[in-house]
Ligand binder design. Structure first.
Ligand SMILES: Cc1cc2nc3c(=O)[nH]c(=O)nc-3n(C[C@H](O)[C@H](O)[C@H](O)COP(=O)(O)OP(=O)(O)OC[C@H]3O[C@@H](n4cnc5c(N)ncnc54)[C@H](O)[C@@H]3O)c2cc1C
Length: 378
């Protein structure tokens, strides 16, 4: 009988956690490690909420991946009797440059994603709390919404353990050193070495530092600020009962989530910030960031013009140069897989990425060319 391989997964964020779960489900012995814990305050998967949407401009691969992920999120909500997915819809507000949304529409329809096109007047009628100035039309994704992010990371860990996976809170201490075409073990922060047959490194914004030669600046952590504004007492206009997640392609790409487990009205600017050190960086929002977002909120949501800022967070994207995911074998070690480059949009795909990576690791299938490292050297 074939012995099932022992796979070590390093990183218990959206990508590593789901990968570990699917590897375990497919019969592997799996050890999952994380330096600080799943969805920790430094991880890109930390924070209460992340958007789930299938509108991806011309990038059909992510529309299909998001659709698959949505099915898996729903399946796990049923399996774990929880509600990590909140299907309140996503509204894409479009101004003059609508190339992204126009390109997305046929792909969304082809993938059977439930969408409606709304005119500017329809948006104003249905969502009077949003100022309609400049909004020509919108896509409304009915099954879009948001996910409870760090709660989901914890739920995935619970599910993984319940299915027989082993989790250890330890760090891989030094860049792994493959020899003779493979990696046999990695040194850990407690002075021991973890040996395994195969390794998956899903280290989010740390992936470049851990693999300086192979990944390096191909995963660039950028500093991103997120703000939570306070709504008037008892005012339901800015809660998820009255409005969906929204994304606004205007002069900047702004987006937000109402509700957020009662933390406030979340608003963020998707513009890439400066490079950020995810281990040592201080996470204090800048006065310019507060000013920009406050001015935006006052214009687009007039009822929140003088809303107090309740909280601000600093997180980081882990950007690849083309904002495509990275899913590939290490070029010098056939038993090592590198998974990352979520580039500000990875969280929703977690279950679909986990399902895919587990299959690749266990069958040796070759990943899609757009996820492979060779795209950077062509
Ligand atoms: C502000 C913000 C908003 C976002 N909004 C969205 C959104 O709305 N929708 C969406 O889909 N995506 C969104 N994203 C992107 C998404 O959150 C990320 O792409 C995704 O969470 C990345 O997951 P990951 O598992 O690759 O990384 P992480 O979550 O960072 O996980 C990596 C893990 O590896 C561990 N680790 C690192 N190095 C080591 C080591 N040496 N040893 C042991 N453990 C280690 C870390 O502790 C960490 O837990 C957003 C990101 C940010 C920052």
């Amino acid at each position: 009988m074939n012995r099932q391989p022992h796979v070590a997964v390093i990183g218990a964020g959206a990508f590593g956690g789901w990968t570990a779960l699917y590897l375990r489900r497919q019969g592997a012995r799996v050890t999952l490690l994380d330096a600080w814990g799943p969805g920790n305050a430094r991880a890109s998967s930390g924070g209460e909420t992340r958007v789930i949407r299938a509108t991806y401009g011309p990038r059909a691969v992510y529309t299909r991946m998001a659709a698959r992920a949505l099915d898996l999120w729903k399946e796990h909500d049923r399996r774990w009797r929880t509600q990590l997915y909140r299907g309140i819809g996503v509204l894409w507000l479009v101004e003059t440059d609508d190339a992204y949304e126009r390109a997305a529409l046929p792909i969304l329809r082809d993938a059977k994603v439930a969408v409606a096109e709304l005119t500017g007047a329809e948006v104003a009628r249905r969502f009077p709390q949003i100022a309609g100035d400049g909004i020509r039309w919108a896509i409304f994704e009915r099954d879009g919404g948001y996910l409870l992010a760090r709660r989901a990371c914890a739920a995935v860990l619970d599910g993984f353990r319940a299915e027989g996976g082993e989790y250890r809170q330890l760090a891989v201490h030094q860049p792994p050193a493959p020899r003779g075409g493979e990696l046999t073990g990695v040194p850990l922060s407690d002075g021991t070495t973890l040996t395994a047959d195969r390794f998956v490194f899903a280290c989010g914004p740390w992936l470049g530092a851990l693999f300086p030669d192979v990944i390096g600046e191909r995963v660039r952590p950028t500093r991103q600020e997120v703000f939570f504004f306070g709504t008037p007492p008892g005012d339901r206009r800015y809660t998820e009962d009255a409005m969906p997640v929204w994304a606004h392609h205007g002069a900047r790409f702004m987006y937000g989530i109402p509700g957020n487990e009662w933390r406030g009205f979340k608003v963020a600017d998707d513009t890439r910030g400066p490079v950020f050190d995810p281990t040592h960086g201080e996470r204090v929002a800048t006065p310019e960031g507060v000013r920009t977002v406050r001015a935006y909120v006052g214009e687009r949501f007039p009822g929140l013009k003088d809303a107090p800022l309740l909280e601000a967070r600093v997180c980081q994207y882990e950007d690849s140069p083309d904002e495509h995911l990275i899913i590939d074998r290490h070029p010098a070690a056939a038993n090592v897989w590198l998974v990352g480059g979520g580039s500000g949009h990875g969280f929703k795909h977690g279950p679909a990425v986990g399902e895919l990576v587990a299959r690749l690791v266990l069958t040796g299938e070759v990943p899609d060319a757009q996820f492979r490292l060779s795209r950077f050297t062509r």
